[in-house]
Design a protein around this ligand. Structure first.
Ligand code: FAD
Ligand code: MG
Length: 339
């Protein structure tokens, strides 16, 4: 099983920096490397080492259940038992998988939590990333099919040997929602959580003012904000091509894979940002909308209640959902809002 090398860890601050950044009050941000990315928690009131510990312990606990990169996690056990026997599923795995499967249906299979064999074949985000042979892609694709996943009596069974779950497109959103539950339990009213691109702006900046969240340049891993939006109690999640990719023969290959072709999804988009009060939905939707492309992606978000999105194209055009029109501030004038 591939794991992140120490060399790669050094690259991750550049490679995985969140696309959203925040202009906020002062606090002492706590950052730890969990779930293959840097997770930062900014508590703007009642900061305490005990609370930071509780938050990061929960994140590590989730990683130990949900990671497809570590051995002995619930997801890894399910993957290892593929084609052999059903495995008891933790409530977190079940909850996330059930939501993931709803997105598989609503995207007509573009979003597929059984994408694991293809993700491993490409190795994007590891130091073994390379364009696989067509033979390897075809073999991996024959193992990707969400309709075959069997869920019953709190067990999950992947009926074909070699099938593998990968919840990388949705689990960080679940984790952000779990942190918000902890903050609410402790009556913390102002905080910014950033799990490698999954931002949750909890509460308001002040009693009367919302948070201002910057949307980073989607072409540069650690770029400056190009747009900003004011929000409160909402998650802002971005999926894009810049975060995890590699170049071979002058072409860039990114990590959002099309289960129909076996290759990175090809369309005009650089990034999709979703704004929603649920981070798990925002995470699933950002990947789903990216996979569907501008037109179908916009349609999907418009059909989703209380959810807004902005799509940034390779021409630096920005398309927004109806509820976001007039709400974005342009910081970098190379970007143009088109609707
Ligand atoms: P998103 O758009 O939200 O998701 C893209 C990811 O979804 C891809 O990287 C792939 O994993 C998956 N995916 C690709 N195509 C599809 C598709 N068609 N349908 C559904 N899913 C798809 N990374 C490491 O390098 N080392 C680790 O040890 C590690 N551990 C992790 C543990 C956990 C619990 C999780 C959730 C992730 C872990 N990661 C690890 C992955 C890393 O954090 C990813 O960068 C992240 O999950 C991708 O999220 P994103 O927001 O960048 O992109
Ligand atoms: Mg996602």
């Amino acid at each position: 099983m591939k794991t992140t090398s120490p060399f790669l860890l050094l690259l991750i601050p550049l490679a995985l920096l969140t696309q959203s950044c925040t202009k906020t009050l002062s606090s002492t941000p706590q950052t730890e490397y969990v779930m293959g990315t840097f997770c930062t928690v900014n508590l703007f009131e009642n900061e305490s080492p005990k609370l930071h510990t509780e938050i990061f312990d929960r994140l590590r606990e989730l990683e130990d259940i949900l990671s497809a990169n570590k051995e002995n996690t619930n997801v890894s056990e399910i993957n290892t038992a593929a084609g052999i026997f059903p495995v008891h599923a933790e409530k977190e795995t079940l909850e996330i998988l059930k939501i993931a499967l709803e997105f598989s249906t609503s995207t007509n299979g573009a979003f597929d939590p059984s994408i694991g064999p293809l993700v491993k074949t490409w190795g994007i985000g590891t130091n073994e990333a390379a364009v696989p042979s067509l033979e390897k892609i075809t073999k991996a694709l024959s193992l990707v099919d969400y309709t075959k996943i069997e869920i019953s009596d709190n067990t999950i069974f992947l009926p074909q040997k070699g099938m593998q779950l990968d919840l990388g497109a949705i689990a960080k959103g679940y984790a952000a929602d779990e942190i918000v539950k902890i903050l609410t339990k402790h009556n913390i009213k102002r905080a910014i959580i950033d799990l490698g691109g999954n931002v949750f702006a909890h509460g308001k900046k002040t009693r009367t003012k919302p948070w201002t969240i910057g949307i980073r340049d989607p072409e540069v891993a650690s770029g400056n904000p190009v747009l900003s939006v004011s929000i409160e109690n909402k998650s802002v999640v971005t999926s894009g091509i810049y975060q995890r990719n590699f170049m071979e023969n002058g072409k860039t290959y990114h990590h959002i894979l099309d289960p129909k072709t076996g290759f990175p999804a090809e369309n005009d988009l650089l990034a999709v940002t979703i704004i929603s009060s649920s981070s798990i939905l925002a995470d699933a939707l950002s990947t789903s909308a990216f996979l569907l492309g501008l037109e179908k992606g916009l349609h999907l978000i418009e059909a989703t209640k209380n959810t807004e999105a902005l799509f940034i194209t390779k021409n630096k055009d920005v398309f927004v959902t109806r509820g976001l029109q007039g709400q974005l501030n342009i910081i970098n004038t190379q970007y143009t809002i088109k609707n």
